[in-house]
Design a binder for this molecule. Structure first.
Ligand code: PRP
Length: 207
């Protein structure tokens, strides 16, 4: 049987996603054993899973190291990998938002300083509003930036809103809703078409 190589995002979302693949008939018992291995295969089901850093899934799939994978819409919008988006899995739901200090007022007279891990998403959003911005690219703990005066606002993911709340910030504008997407390598989609479509149909609820 043809093997489909699947890149799963390591972590809580990945475990939820694996449970969906399992329920769809693509189980791989060895992945459920506690260990530090990164590759798991079930030849009977024709699947090989890899645990990949969530932000790297699209790279594995774009370059064909994985045939399919699960990536957040945030990563797809930011890096625009050349892959097919086969299904919205309806998990990992959150929102890409502009957030700032409760008392921040944008009078639009000055360039807005925006701290973010998602410079492309931020640039696209503000250019659609014809607003001049200065991007401050950070890699984490984005919420600190407006508190310390490094930026006026942040563009970041909001899930429960707790991180903002506990740091005296509030969401101000929603840019786009985010969820996990099943993506496929374009060449694999052609050459393993039947197997990938069957998997997308079973996991994503449609072909
Ligand atoms: C994201 C985001 C916020 C937090 C929002 O970070 O950057 O900090 O989650 O979640 P909440 O609204 O439920 O509080 P993540 O946990 O993905 O870690 P990261 O900073 O490494 O990206």
């Amino acid at each position: 049987m043809e093997t489909i190589n699947i890149a799963l995002p390591k972590g809580r979302l990945g475990e939820k996603v694996y449970a969906m693949f399992k329920a769809a008939g693509y189980e791989c018992p060895s992945i459920e054993e506690e260990n530090r291995k990164l590759i798991f295969e079930n030849p009977d089901k024709g699947v090989r899973y890899f645990w990949v850093k969530p932000s790297d899934v699209a790279i594995y799939v774009e370059r064909g190291a994985a045939d399919v994978g699960v990536a957040g819409k945030d990563i797809l919008l930011e890096y625009r990998p050349d892959v097919y988006e086969l299904a919205d899995l309806g998990v990992g739901k959150c929102r890409m938002c502009v957030a700032g200090k409760k008392d921040f007022f944008d009078d639009r007279t000055q360039t807005l300083r925006v701290a973010t891990k998602f410079p492309h998403i931020a640039r696209t959003y503000y250019s659609s509003l014809s607003r001049d911005i200065d991007i401050i690219k950070l890699n984490g703990s984005i919420e600190l930036a407006p508190i310390l005066g490094l930026s006026d606002v942040i563009v970041d993911i909001v899930e429960t809103g707790r991180t903002l709340l506990e740091n005296g910030l509030e969401p101000r504008e929603e840019i786009v809703p985010i969820s996990a997407r099943l993506i496929a390598n374009k060449v694999s989609y052609k050459f393993k078409n039947a197997a990938i479509r069957r998997l997308a149909g079973a996991v994503g609820g449609r072909e």
